[in-house]
Structure formats: structure tokens, C-alpha cells
Design a protein around this ligand. Sequence first.
Ligand code: ADP
Ligand code: NI
Length: 207
Amino acid sequence: MNKDGIIKRAEDFAKDRMKNFDPGHDWWHVLRVRRLAEHINIVEKSADPFILDIAAILHDVSDSKFNKDNGSYEDIRRFLISAGLKESENQVINAISNISFSNRNPVGDLKDPVFRILQDADRLDAIGAIGVARAFSYGSYKGNKLYEPSDNRMGNQGTTIHHFYDKLLKLKDLMNTDAGKELASERHRFLEIFLKQFYEEWDMKNA
Ligand code: ADP
Ligand code: NI
């Protein structure tokens, strides 16, 4: 099978597995991450573009938030082998199994360019205006409150505003690549602007 054929098969496989995910993890998220990864790799020139794209297409298929059983890496392995990508199987699984922010104990090759670029691309889609939209989408999917005032401005744990402090505001300093850092700094600024306005409206500062 040629590369275009394999890409098409990977797209069909991922679309099918992700059809019940929240709108923040829909097919558009995958397309944005693919474009971000491609952009970073054009600057960095460190990863094989085809393998990077395959990894980007498959990166959320086994997301543990939506898949209770962890068997789905095996599913992805089977897919890769059936698509003739046995040689790249471990590299792709290494990248997608380590990108999660919540994965505090990554194991594998964290210097691999496919992993480093894909993690940056996925993190960039969690910040900026799209990141704000995705956070509230996922928060609603979980039934979380927007915000619940507490002693500090972060609000109570379990609210979407609290998630900004738990995760989103930390991402810019966790970028792996220079191209990722550059994009992250502008998106990070937007998170700060959003929070400032959110509190001003909450407190009716301008009324
Ligand atoms: P990771 O898997 O790398 O930990 P996630 O998959 O949790 O990252 O994040 C994916 C998207 O879901 C991000 O846009 C993130 O902000 C959002 N998200 C994850 N957890 C929460 C939460 N508790 N509240 C709001 N948004 C969340
Ligand atoms: Ni993702």
C-alpha cells in the first residue's frame, strides 16, 4: 500500500474509534494537531513527516478518558502491523503513550522527535482560544461547574477555571521544541487575558 493509502486507512480507523469522544477531542482536534505537528516539523526538520502524521492521526484513539480498557494500544499495534508499519510500531506507540500531561511516569524514548513534536502539537491545542473552548467542552462533558469561588482566585478543584491552574497555564513552560515555545507564548497570553476578563465580569468590575 502506498503512503496515501495508509494515511486514509489510519484516518478511517481513528475516526471510527473516536466517534463518541467529546467535541474537544473530535476529528477537528486531530486535524489541528496534525497541522501543528507538520508546522513544527517544517521548522525543526527532525521527524519523518509520514510517521509523525500517522502518530498524530492515532494519538487520541486510546485516550483513557474515553476508553476504560487499556487494551486499545494493542488495537493500535494490530492496526499498524496490518497497514505494513511494523518497523515504526514501537516509535508510534512510544509517542502516543507518552504525550499525556497526566502521565507522570513516562517510560520510553522521550528524546524521539516524533514524540517531542506530537506532544507540543497536542499541548498547543489545549491553550489559546481553542484551548479555552476545549476546556469548557470537556468540563461540561464531565458535568463540572464553570467556576466556584474559593479563598483564592483559582476557584474550587473540579471546576473548569481550576483546570487552567492545574494544567493549562503550565503548558508553555513544558514545550519541547523552539517552534512550539514560540506558538505557546502567544496562546498563553490569551489564557491570561481570558482569566482577567472572566474575573472582571464575575466581580462586575465594569458595571
Ligand atoms: P492529557 O491527556 O494530556 O492529560 P487531556 O487529554 O486531559 O490531556 O486534555 C485534553 C483536553 O481536555 C484539553 O483541552 C484539556 O484542557 C481538557 N481537559 C482535561 N481535563 C479537564 C478538566 N478537568 N476540565 C476541563 N478541561 C479538561
Ligand atoms: Ni489530543
